[in-house]
Design a protein around this ligand. Structure first.
Ligand code: FES
Length: 115
């Protein structure tokens, strides 16, 4: 089956170092929460599931950054993740990173690659 692009948001919605945009996708377990952010000019998307406990991480909808703005943080127990890789930096994620999703950006819009 050919892969498809699903529109997530406009490029202008993702401010570098700012909030993320939440969306949902289908995975093996059904509907799954996810988010996309911009970091150092690039867009990155992950399932919105902490590596510690499988819960959503944002402390308010779309707020995934720690106080420094350098990392993604889980609001539940404070695990920190690298925005560009999803790798666990420190905290109770214990080396378990976020699940990356493939996104592409063109023509002023951001798309999730599906299929
Ligand atoms: S659930 Fe995210 S750090 Fe514990």
């Amino acid at each position: 089956m050919a892969r498809q692009q699903r529109l997530i948001c406009a490029s202008r919605d993702l401010v570098d170092g700012g909030d993320g945009t939440r969306f949902e996708m289908n995975d093996q377990q059904g509907r799954a929460p996810a988010f996309v952010i911009r970091h150092d000019g690039e867009v990155y998307a992950y399932l919105n599931r902490c590596g510690h406990v499988s819960v959503e991480m944002d402390w308010q909808p779309g707020r995934f950054r720690d106080m420094s703005g350098l990392y993604l943080i889980c609001a539940v127990h404070g695990a920190l993740y690298d925005p560009a890789t999803g790798h666990c930096i420190c905290g109770p994620c214990n080396g378990k990173g976020l699940t990356p999703l493939e996104v592409v950006e063109h023509d002023g819009e951001v798309f999730l690659m599906e299929g």
